[in-house]
Design a protein around this ligand. Structure first.
Ligand SMILES: Cc1cc2nc3c(=O)[nH]c(=O)nc-3n(C[C@H](O)[C@H](O)[C@H](O)COP(=O)(O)O)c2cc1C
Length: 512
């Protein structure tokens, strides 16, 4: 059995899945549209129970919802309408578009290739209008399919080594990732996308829980096999990636059922045939935890990832004043969001950029980020067009609200190259790269630290998306040439790894 502590696996996976000019040019991969996977998991033998489709308007401003969190209080439980809202705002179908080969069902959160490999399951106590059970969320029908009847929360409490928020949650949302659905296009790199795409979804989910006044926390430390067995997923194809506790109860859940039998439920095959990419399953196995004790030892004690103090000229962030702060609600902003397909080369303002950076980095409630506010990724920026900021390369000092200038210059062409030779990063007003020093992260968290760092980047990237759209700007996630990014930001970034990229600017669609 591979060992989480043997971090050679994470390094091997990371190095093997870097994009370089030659890896991209010599890859013979093509998209076999006749074999494209279904975007939904379908259990043909189970009838879905429809969720209430009428959305409550919380009226909570998106820019508040993404940065606030709700403290635990006795007995906070979602009812069915709140659950419907949480699921819709994180994974619901918000738009659909026909194209020659079929139809794309776009979802509430951004996802690489619109392939939607993340599935959601609920494990809950009896709630108002929903009996205790294990359910699968079916976005196509906007419904729930009941997989198990009864309260199985204790199974997750044990799997998570008694993590306190999971132990007191009324509802636990389990996010799984399906290899083939994303690997059809992205091959081995898909394991990185698990963190990214699960993360953007969690940004929405956390904001929605906050808007509904429900405490929520992300957990990455759990015994994988136990969670996969509870959901009865085939771990060769689909694996649990993160848990989210929702609500709070003053009581412990009832003891777990003595056994959790296999369900053997039929599911519709995703494609005619599937191609296996063993490197990802190896990475997953090597980052798996095998006992409650291992899960409880895994969490917290986040390594300190402080940047050296600024050694170069700085720009002080200037967030929008309360009067200027857009108040569009989280519901409005999530429904408006959609990745920009073209940016106008027009500037955004320093207060707009400052507000995005500030609001997106106020902390993520997660079992691997302790104390809350700790961050694994650092944000490096290429500023193309921000009023009041010289074009150039910067690193963001989150604690002091400063941008440290690493070099000045017009880097539009270079950033176009760094972003896999796409036009979007070249046209954007600012490109925000997430870079992390994997050495202390893997040393502390083992291979599973690799899941955590990708997931954190996805969550912060998802918050940046929402912060941009709240201000009527556009944004898109992007992929990148790994080592070229590090070279560009070096010497400051030496030793770090490129994890994530999001571009922000004015959408060309909305220009006069
Ligand atoms: C992490 C991440 C990376 C992405 N990379 C690219 C990219 O390299 N190029 C691109 O055009 N779009 C990219 N996208 C945008 C997706 O294609 C887009 O999210 C998806 O088509 C769904 O559409 P929507 O975001 O408008 O809902 C990326 C999105 C994410 C979340």
């Amino acid at each position: 059995m591979p060992e989480n502590r043997d971090t050679e696996f994470a390094w091997k996976y990371h190095d093997a899945t870097k994009h370089s000019h030659s890896s991209v040019r010599t890859n013979p991969h093509f998209l076999d549209f006749a074999n494209q996977p279904l975007p939904f998991k379908i259990y043909p033998s189970l009838e879905p129970m429809r969720l209430p489709s009428e959305m409550r308007q919380t009226g909570v401003a998106a820019l508040s919802a993404i940065c606030d969190s709700v403290k635990n209080r006795t007995n906070a439980a979602p009812d069915l309408a709140a659950i419907a809202q949480l699921l819709y705002l994180s994974a619901g179908i918000t738009r659909q578009r026909k194209f020659s080969g079929g139809e794309i069902y776009f979802r509430a959160a951004a996802c690489t290739g619109a392939l939607y490999e993340v599935e959601l399951y609920l494990v809950c106590s009896g709630l108002s209008d929903l009996s205790a059970g294990v359910y699968h969320f079916a976005p196509a029908e906007f419904g729930l399919r009941k997989l198990r009847d009864g309260d199985y929360r204790s199974v997750l409490v044990e799997a998570a080594g008694n993590e306190s928020a999971i132990a007191r949650a009324r509802l636990i949302i389990v996010c799984t990732c399906t290899y083939w659905r994303n690997a059809w296009k992205y091959q081995d790199r898909t394991y990185r996308h698990f963190g990214w795409d699960n993360g953007t979804m969690l940004a929405n989910l956390l904001a929605a829980t906050t808007a509904l006044g429900l405490p929520a926390k992300v957990a990455c430390g759990f015994v994988d096999e136990t969670v996969n067995q509870l959901l009865d997923v085939d771990p060769q194809r689909e694996v649990a990636f993160s848990l989210v506790s929702v609500g709070h109860s003053s009581q412990d859940p009832p003891p777990s059922p003595v056994n959790v039998p296999a369900l053997g439920l039929e599911t519709v095959p995703l494609s005619r045939s599937e191609i296996d990419y063993p490197l990802m399953r190896e990475m997953h196995a090597a980052s798996s935890l095998h006992s409650r004790k291992e899960a409880s030892m895994w969490r917290a004690r986040t390594p300190l990832m402080n940047l050296p103090p600024p050694a170069a000229p700085v720009v002080q962030l200037q967030t929008l004043s309360d009067d200027e702060m857009p108040r569009d609600s989280i519901e409005q902003v999530i429904l408006r969001r959609g990745s920009s397909r073209k940016f106008a080369r027009t500037p955004i303002t320093l207060p707009q950029l400052s507000t995005m950076l500030h609001r997106a980095t106020r902390g993520v409630p997660a079992d691997f980020l302790d104390p809350m506010g700790t961050q694994l990724n650092h944000l490096y920026l290429i500023v193309n067009a921000v009023d009041g900021v010289e074009p150039g390369a910067y690193v963001f000092h989150c604690d002091s609200g400063l941008l440290e200038c690493l070099k000045q210059g017009n880097f539009r062409d270079q950033v176009g190259c760094l972003g896999l030779e796409q036009q979007l990063p070249a046209d954007a007003a600012v490109d925000i790269f997430f870079l992390a020093d994997l050495h202390p992260i893997l040393q502390r968290f083992g291979n599973r630290g690799y899941r955590a760092v990708q997931l954190e980047a996805g969550i912060l990237g998802g918050k940046l998306y929402l912060a941009a759209y709240a201000q009527r700007l556009g944004a898109t996630g992007l992929t990148f040439y790994d080592d070229d990014v590090i070279r560009f930001f070096s010497p400051h970034a030496e030793g770090k790894s490129a994890i994530f990229l999001v571009a922000v600017g004015n959408s060309a669609k909305h220009q006069p």
